[in-house]
Design a binder for this molecule. Structure first.
Ligand code: ADP
Ligand code: X15
Length: 399
């Protein structure tokens, strides 16, 4: 039972003006959207509301404009991309408040969809300014937030508006929250977390929170080197944050106290250069050459990771096990992703993954669709995994 009001709680939406906060912060190159995943994720909420006869008014930010309206940060091209994804016309208004927004909204018919210009063109958005939120609220009867990936921001369109209008979680927000609840809120045990990526420094809070919640934590990627070095293993020229040795030790102590097993690499794929096709060898972590860099975890470690995936009932994953963008250092990440996908397909595992590079790695392995849930959020997913309350989510909780 979800703890949020959802679209199912709206009695009659026909003819209502529904302000829907979506995350359309999508990658664009040469004016074209290069990955429409975020648009695809919010399409169900938009089409459901429009199909029920609501006037669907989309609010979104794009990039981080600092100087008010700038063409490079305009949402206008994204309106066309959204129309292409949902297969219905999407109007566009050149401002999200004031006369331009009001006249575009008043011209809407039931079932119409309108995208308002970048909310961050107004300073009040990021300041969560009450007057700006009120100006946004003038154009709506109801508020739906379907932008989980922006929910770690306490901005006017992600948080402030929910205090001013009846507020509901959209379908993607609902799916995301349900998946995260299944992943860490009230998970089936044992729970295994895989955390990789480049650095410990960006994920200290995440690691500290996870060791208290999961039964086993697999540490891979560049950050594993920091842990290996902290326990006295020489890691050669590998990426490692030696100044974080004490932090790494503290995380291991917290894990031992909480009864969380820590799985560190026992072998690595070592190269002298960080480039595609570089000569590499598999080396036990006790024998890393002084001039070598660990760019992936080795096959023995992969076997261990696969055993833990096999044992797990729930898997949460953030960060690749190696420098997966460069072959052959993608092998461990691909193998672990395939193992998790197979267990999930067999109905033996709930698998939840998130993070920009993690999603790219799962796509690279060709298994993103096999996971129980893959979050489109980067920062918000991490903050949620760190155990931090997300302002855009907190405000939706049923009173
Ligand atoms: N052993 C390694 N040495 C250097 N970089 C690594 C290593 N393993 C992984 N990485 C890098 O970590 C990056 C991804 O980490 P991160 O940004 O934390 O992931 P996410 O975006 O999913 O949170 C990738 O660019 C990858 O190349
Ligand atoms: O793309 C986003 O962040 P993400 O890449 O961390 O998921 C969100 O749209 C939030 O954008 P912001 O980090 O500029 O507030």
């Amino acid at each position: 039972m979800t703890a949020f009001k959802t679209l199912d709680d709206i009695a009659d939406v026909k003819g209502k003006r529904v302000l829907v906060r979506v995350d359309l912060n999508v990658p664009v190159a040469d004016g074209k959207v290069t990955d429409a995943t975020r648009i695809e994720r919010v399409a169900p909420t938009i089409t459901e509301l429009a199909g029920k006869g609501a006037k669907v008014i989309l609010l979104a930010h794009f990039g981080r404009p600092k100087d008010g309206p700038t063409p490079e940060f305009s949402l206008e091209p994204i309106a066309r991309a959204t129309a292409a994804v949902i297969g219905r016309p999407v109007g566009f208004a050149a401002d999200c408040i004031g006369e331009k927004a009001a006249s575009a909204v008043s011209a809407m018919k039931d079932g119409d969809i309108l995208l308002l210009e970048n909310t961050r063109f107004h300073k009040g958005e990021e300041k969560n300014d009450r007057a700006f939120a009120e100006a946004l609220a003038k154009n709506g009867d109801l508020y739906v937030n379907d932008a989980f990936s922006a929910a770690h921001r306490a901005h006017a369109s992600t948080e402030g508006l929910a205090h001013l209008l009846p507020a509901y979680a959209g379908r993607t927000m609902q799916a995301e929250l349900d998946a995260l609840e299944a992943g860490l809120g009230n998970p089936k045990r044992p729970v295994v977390a895989i955390v990789g990526g480049a650095k410990v420094s960006t994920k200290i809070d995440l690691l500290m929170n996870l060791v208290k919640k999961v039964d086993a934590l697999v540490i891979g990627g560049g950050m594993a080197n920091t842990f290996l070095a902290a326990r006295g293993t020489a890691v050669g020229k590998s990426l490692a944050e030696h100044d974080l040795a004490d932090t790494a030790k503290q995380i291991m102590i917290e894990a031992a106290t909480a009864g969380c097993a820590i799985i560190l690499p026992s072998d690595g794929v070592v190269a002298r250069e960080f480039k595609a096709g570089a000569a590499s060898e598999v080396v036990a972590v006790e024998s890393i050459p002084a001039t070598g860099m660990i760019l992936d975890v080795g096959p023995k470690t992969v076997e261990k990771v696969e055993e833990w995936i096999d044992r797990a009932a729930t898997l949460v994953w953030n960060g690749p096990l190696g420098a997966f963008e460069i072959e052959p250092f993608d092998k461990a990440t691909v193998a672990a992703a395939k193992a998790a996908a197979a267990e999930t397909r067999a109905g033996k595992l709930v698998s939840v993954a998130g993070g920009g590079d993690t999603v790219a790695a799962l796509n690279h392995a060709g298994v993103a669709d096999d996971f129980t849930y893959v979050s489109t959020a980067g920062g918000a997913f991490l903050e949620w995994m760190e155990g931090k309350p997300l302002p855009g989510v907190e405000v939706l909780k049923k009173g």
